[in-house]
Design a protein around this ligand. Structure first.
Ligand SMILES: Nc1ncnc2c1ncn2[C@@H]1O[C@H](COP(=O)(O)OP(=O)(O)OP(=O)(O)O)[C@@H](O)[C@H]1O
Ligand SMILES: [Mg+2]
Length: 212
């Protein structure tokens, strides 16, 4: 049997409604079916403190400045790293996280215009202790996302309520990050056939020795 990579911290990234949750569900089913245990988690959130911060961040009645927003995401991330990700890494487990540091870099760094390097600096804890071994980026324009194509435009949180131009900037941010970190970030073209996208994700993860 082929040897798996020593560190297996995988993140899934992309704009709103492009199928991240759909793909995570398919990946979870595949891993269960093939007897490969994994820890599934998400950001912002993953711990009680981080979930409480998530509620503030997504609450549409809150007025939050770009800098405070960036610090809140980074703070929630520290708790998540300490309580969930690092312990699982130490146990040698496969960790799959719905959104992580690249969301901060794309949303606060690029779309909120704080700058990628500034947002990296205020995420130094994650940068130094816990960068993903592989990041799957679903490379789809949010203004043409599956959710929008399906006509289901559920505008229920503070981020989703942002303008099309804001979401367009997030997408540009992700594309810039994919160029900046070509070894870590794998851009996956979306496909109307969910199974095709699923297979592409499995290929990337198998090639890196993260799954069998
Ligand atoms: N390949 C696909 N073709 C058509 N529809 C899809 C496809 N993938 C996902 N969808 C649909 O698009 C919608 C959004 O998908 P999903 O919730 O997985 O996106 P998401 O990236 O997790 O969104 P969010 O950023 O809000 O968490 C869902 O209704 C889902 O069923
Ligand atoms: Mg989702």
């Amino acid at each position: 049997m082929e040897k798996l990579a020593k560190s297996r911290f995988i993140t899934l990234e992309g704009c709103e409604g492009v199928g991240k949750s759909t793909q995570l569900k398919m990946l979870k089913e595949y891993l269960e079916k093939t007897g490969q245990p994994a820890v599934f988690t998400r950001e912002p959130g993953g711990t009680p403190v981080a979930e409480a911060i998530r509620n503030i961040l997504l609450d549409k009645s809150m007025e939050i400045s770009p800098s405070v927003e960036a610090y809140l995401f980074a703070t929630a991330r520290v708790d998540h790293i300490d309580r969930v990700i690092l312990p699982a890494k130490e146990r040698g487990e496969l960790i799959i996280c719905d959104r992580y540091i690249d969301s901060s870099l794309a949303y606060q760094g690029v779309a909120r215009e704080l700058g990628i390097d500034n947002v990296l600096a205020l995420n130094s804890y994650a940068v130094e202790k816990c960068m993903p071994d592989k990041t799957i980026f679903i490379d789809m324009d949010p203004n043409n996302s599956w959710r929008k194509q399906n006509g289901k435009k559920i505008l229920d949180d503070r981020m989703e309520l942002e303008s099309d131009s804001f979401h367009g900037k997030c997408y540009e941010g992700y594309k810039e990050l994919a160029k900046r970190y070509p070894d870590r970030i794998a851009a996956i073209a979306p496909n109307l056939d969910k199974k095709t996208t699923h297979e592409s994700i499995l290929d990337v993860l198998r090639a890196g020795g993260f799954i069998k």
